[in-house]
Design a protein around this ligand. Structure first.
Ligand SMILES: NC(=O)C[C@H](N)C(=O)O
Length: 565
């Protein structure tokens, strides 16, 4: 695969099965092959013209351009066999982790199409298997197949591709119904509604509406120097046991027998269970045999706490705090799969927050905000997020949008800091506007000065043929016009011609400020408008002495600096 340019990001879309691509056979839904063929025919998933014009290889699909951010290209990898996620096992998730490992350097992000039934388990497993993840891995799926007219498949898939392609959220996530969740925090709560998942103890990492809102303070920080480690040695002999009122001790004993090595006990309320001596005795005996147990509540929200006499204390059970059962089982499988650790060390690891899967009681989530503007704070967060990493993927994906936003807001210092980090000065937004366009359009004198010092092309044109100078004139940003003119900005012959009609319009409205801006930019005040009359004629006909004086004055003084090109 060719290396994507700064304005493109290439993702791997791994299709494992699930309802999203299912077809009806004999009256029931079964995983269906050929998803890529369908995606190629849907304009929202493939911009054929762009692919042809760019000569993209056959395997690459291209999303249509988004309003901002890089173009997302993706390649589909269809797994064999495709599975209903109810048939998936730890080995299937290990296979997915290995696919990601194999293609890790080639792609800037990964989207995994997965059935929703066990997606929370899959996302949890993958989150522990993929240590030091630097790139987004987003699982998505659907409640209704993509081939059905009214479905959630298209929006889920498109949202997952866009988020993975445009933001560096270096976690295993789950995207459904416009929300991006941390993968090991979710659980499926609805078998029918599009809102199938909830993340009971952690807010979404991102929400996609008219805008994409990312909760950067929740996104996990990455140690960029540490390489990805894929843990494929997961323990299979782990299980979940849901307690219920009156559960017999004999049943618990039978369940906890070898080869079981770890169990997640799903307990009542804040981690409670029946305090019958025979039951507690079975738990203690299991712990003595070396069985590792984790206590997770059957409640969706809240945490396990040792507040009651019925809290199963003394049975050597690790508190799962606010973990979901899916995350706890995956964590057990991971921790028990780590080689050569003592039982105590494994229990210690289980009690730690390893992948953001649980909230430690002491965690201070309300750190004081850094000073400065909201945007400045965002940049500070980003800097802390990326630390001293050398990943060019950060520059490719985050920096362009951020730099444009900073130029727009006139955040000079933050923009300079971004430049030091290596942000590309030649970047453009989806309308082909440069940072200089954006700063000039918004009258950001400081940013314009800095960009001119850095040698930006002063006469660059956007897709509509507009230059920074024209945008500064339209905004009547006099200081920007002066700076640009001084740096050699000129109106083109076409600009000069088009200016005739605009000058007449301004003269008829006695818009002194507008006329001054055009005069300062070097417009020819004699230039006739569409009906052959010049601004001077218009002012004379209206008898507006003030406008006449201004126009004559401007005509006498002439353009300040270089003549028009
Ligand atoms: N909505 C779905 O994807 C359900 C399907 N049974 C699966 O998990 O594969």
């Amino acid at each position: 695969m060719a290396r994507a340019s700064g304005s493109e990001r290439h993702l791997l879309l791994i299709y494992t099965g699930g309802t999203l691509g299912m077809q009806s056979k004999g009256g029931v839904l079964v995983p269906g092959p050929g998803l890529v063929t369908l995606l190629r025919t849907l304009p929202m998933f493939h911009d054929k013209e762009f692919a042809q014009a760019q000569g993209l290889p056959d395997h690459a699909l291209a999303l249509p351009p988004a309003s901002h951010g890089p173009r997302v290209l993706y390649t589909v990898l269809e797994c064999q066999p495709l599975l209903d996620s109810s048939d998936m096992t730890i080995d299937d998730w290990i296979r997915i982790a290995k696919i990601i490992e194999r293609h890790y350097e080639q792609y800037q992000g990964f989207v995994v199409i997965h059935g929703t039934d066990t997606m929370a388990s899959g996302a949890s497993m993958l989150s522990f298997m993929l240590e030091n993840l630097h790139k987004p891995v987003i699982l998505t799926g659907a409640q209704v197949p993509i081939r059905v007219l009214w479905n959630d498949a298209r929006e889920n898939l498109l949202g997952a591709l866009l988020v993975a392609g445009q933001y560096i959220i270096p976690e295993v996530c789950l995207f459904m119904n416009s929300q991006l969740f941390r993968g090991n925090r979710v659980t499926k709560v609805d078998s029918q509604k599009f809102e199938a998942f909830c993340s009971p103890n952690l807010s979404p990492l991102a929400t996609v509406g008219a805008d994409v809102t990312i909760a950067w303070d929740l996104v996990r920080k990455v140690k960029w120097k540490d390489p990805l480690v894929v843990h494929s040695n997961m323990e299979h002999d782990v299980a979940l046991l849901r307690l219920y009122p009156g559960i017999p001790a004999s049943l618990v004993r039978a369940f906890l027998q070898p080869p079981l090595k770890g169990v997640v006990l799903e307990t009542f309320g804040s981690g409670n269970g029946p305090s019958k001596p025979d039951l507690l005795q079975e738990l203690r005996a299991a712990a003595q045999r070396g069985l590792i147990m984790v206590n997770c509540s059957q409640c969706l929200r809240g945490s396990v706490t040792p507040g009651y006499a019925t809290s199963l204390a003394g049975a050597n059970i690790v508190s799962g705090l606010d973990m979901t059962s899916e995350a706890a089982l995956a964590k057990l499988s991971y921790v028990l799969g780590l080689p050569e650790l003592s039982l105590e060390r494994r229990q210690e690891l289980l009690a730690k927050d390893l992948r953001g899967e649980m909230t430690l009681p002491t965690a201070d989530l309300h750190q004081s905000s850094p000073p400065g503007s909201t945007l400045g704070q965002g940049v500070a967060r980003l800097f802390s997020l990326f630390g001293c990493q050398e990943e060019d993927s950060v520059q490719d994906a985050v920096m362009p949008s951020l730099a444009l936003a900073l130029a727009h807001a006139g955040e000079l210092e933050a923009l300079q800091a971004l430049m030091e980090l290596g942000s590309d000065l030649r970047l453009k937004d989806s309308n082909g506007q440069t940072l200089l366009h954006v700063a000039a359009r918004n009258g950001r004198d400081g940013v314009v000065t800095m960009l001119l010092h850095r040698g930006m092309d002063v006469n660059a044109r956007d897709r509509d043929g507009l230059s920074p100078l024209l945008l500064a004139v339209q905004g009547r940003h006099r200081e920007c016009i002066r700076l640009l003119r001084k740096a050699g900005a000129c109106l083109s012959p076409q600009d000069l011609k088009d200016a005739g009609t605009e000058l007449c319009r301004l003269a008829s409205r006695a818009d002194m400020e507008g006329l001054q801006a055009w005069g300062q930019a070097g417009a020819d005040l004699q230039q006739p408008g569409y009906d052959g009359r010049s601004a001077l004629c218009v002012a004379e006909a209206a008898g507006n002495q003030e406008v006449l004086a201004l126009l004559r004055n401007l005509a006498l003084v002439g353009p300040e600096v270089p003549p028009a090109i």
